[in-house]
Design a binder for this molecule. Structure first.
Ligand code: ADP
Length: 518
């Protein structure tokens, strides 16, 4: 849920970064976050000004002139203050129903809004029915609010006069929890809004058989706990389900079977010790596999997490680029943008590693020419580095390749970037091609630091980097691992010939079309 709070913080900073946020700014910013793909469960992101009721008709006129001619504030209470939704994205049929809705006119929403204003923190409502709901497949809803102050520097000034408005996220709880809890399919989970297991407070139930109250029946493995999420307490009850029990019982029968078959004296002892030794080995293997999986999971989550703020920084830079800037300012924005591109590259590499580990690296194959692959890769690297000249001494034959051009360019670019990075003080890198009846080989040759025979065995492993590298030769040690995987997926292979302090030749070989079809 912290991720979801971060999303709102990003929206909050959009207001702090700009004097006036328009409907269009809100649209660009929130669309860049790709909320529905990256944050399942969020139905919409909205902004509502905190305004005097007397200013309602002026506000209505403003929004009507901005492309919503039928915009009307829907307020059911006689409050002095109104908080009508004026921006909401994505502008789906459901979300349009929330436009104009005065959030303060509902007690639960009002309570959370007040808590958010007083604490300056995200505050979540009790279970509510979202105005986006129609009569079909209604789900319990929640709203999370974050206040925007007119004077954010003076954070102590939480006076309502200092409140400009609120950003909010609307959640449909089944969608949200299904996304958050999907990996716990061996547990039945129920989540209640508040401290007790009352059916009317249920916000999520993974299997629609309420168990929490029947806890007294002593289910084999069950437990409950309370958590505080954005100022609201949720009580969570969970118990093992059939998936868990089946997995557990299968192993139990297996052990009993072995023990039973070898029940007689010595044989039995022998069997026990063998089983124990095997069990130890299996346990160790399982443990190291679990650790490895945890590491992969961490990389996947971390890179995904890093991508979120980066996307929002990119969106800000795009907004900045549309401003009237002087040359100096434009220069700064350009530099920031190029650093962001580098960072994006690193994060994308990490995401690629996760995809490879999960067997989910997708190829988008098409036909293209070998010369296009080589020339486009060289061109993109020439944009990044001016220290080296990349030469192509032999003529590139116009041979057709069927494969994922983007991924093969990524592979070749990695060879080229490495060739430059690991040959400081030199100024040439050479690209060679060789074509036989069966294979196309592309070589990237440098005159750099070279690689010891020992390290040549290891450089294609994940995260391996030679020890003696300079601090300026930074990297994550995953480029060659990804390159290797990409080329393997094209039925090819990669390799290296190298001599320390003399230079290296990295090559990738792809089957010719005729060969690939065999
Ligand atoms: P990174 O460059 O980010 O460390 P790579 O997977 O691309 O990751 O490379 C792994 C390691 O292989 C590098 O850290 C470096 O030690 C070695 N290496 C790769 N290319 C070259 C090269 N052209 N010359 C010398 N060493 C290289």
């Amino acid at each position: 849920m912290t991720d979801y709070t971060q999303i709102l913080k990003g929206c909050q900073s959009l207001f702090y970064a700009s004097d006036s946020v328009t409907q269009n700014d809100w649209h660009i910013y929130t669309n860049n976050l790709s909320v529905s793909e990256s944050y399942p469960g969020i139905l919409g992101l909205a902004y509502a000004p905190y305004a005097l009721k007397s200013s309602g008709s002026e506000l209505e006129n403003r929004i009507r002139l901005n492309g919503f001619p039928s915009f009307t504030i829907k307020s059911t209470f006689k409050n002095n203050i109104i908080t009508p939704v004026i921006f909401i994205e994505p502008l789906t049929y459901r979300n349009k129903r929330a436009l104009g809705f005065d959030l303060s006119s509902d007690p639960s929403r009002k309570k959370a809004i007040e808590r958010a204003i007083q604490t300056g923190q995200a505050a979540i409502t009790n279970k509510v029915k979202l105005v986006q709901e129609t009569n079909k497949e209604v789900q319990p809803g929640l709203l999370m609010f974050l206040p925007i102050y007119r004077n954010p520097i003076n954070t102590l000034d939480k006076d309502t006069n200092n409140v400009l408005g609120l950003v909010s996220a609307a959640f449909r709880t089944h969608d949200l929890m299904n996304a958050l809890l999907k990996r716990y399919n061996e547990l039945d989970i129920e989540i209640y809004d508040g401290d007790n297991f009352e059916a009317q407070n249920l916000i999520y139930d993974s299997n629609s058989h309420l168990q929490a109250k029947k806890n007294a029946e002593k289910l084999e493995l069950s437990s409950d706990t309370s958590v505080v999420i954005a100022g609201s307490t949720w009580r969570i009850f969970y118990n093992s389900n059939l998936n868990f029990n089946t997995a557990f019982e299968t192993q139990q029968h297996y052990i009993l079977l072995i023990a039973g078959l070898s029940i007689s004296s010595l044989l039995f002892l022998l069997a026990v010790s063998t089983i124990k030794r095997r069990a130890d080995i299996v346990l160790q293997l399982e443990l190291s596999k679990k650790l490895e999986n945890k590491k992969d999971e961490f990389i996947g989550i971390a890179s995904h997490e890093l991508k979120t703020p980066l996307t929002s920084i990119k969106a800000y830079i795009q907004l900045l680029e549309r401003e009237h800037l002087n040359d100096k300012e434009r220069g700064y924005v350009k530099k920031a943008s190029s650093q962001i591109t580098k960072l994006s590259g690193l994060i994308n590499d990490l995401l690629d590693v996760s995809k490879i580990q999960a067997g989910k690296l997708q190829l988008n194959n098409s036909n293209f020419l070998l010369s296009e692959l080589i020339n486009d890769s060289i061109e993109s690297v020439e944009h990044m580095f001016t220290s080296h000249v990349i030469s192509k001494p032999n003529v590139i034959h116009e041979i057709n390749i069927f494969g994922d051009k983007f991924r093969l360019e990524q592979a070749l670019t990695n060879f080229l970037v490495n060739a430059i990075k690991y040959s400081p003080g030199k100024n040439t890198v050479c690209v060679n091609t060789r074509i036989s009846k069966f294979e196309i080989t592309i070589e990237v040759i440098d005159e750099g630091i070279g690689i010891s025979p020992d390290n040549q065995q290891k450089i294609f492993d994940r995260f391996f980097r030679a020890e003696e590298l300079l601090p300026s030769q930074s990297g994550l040690g995953i480029g060659l691992y990804i390159t290797n995987e990409i080329v393997k997926r094209h039925q090819g292979y990669i390799g290296v010939r190298s001599e320390l302090n003399k230079g290296s030749t990295f090559y990738l070989t792809l089957p010719t079309e005729a060969n690939a079809a065999l």
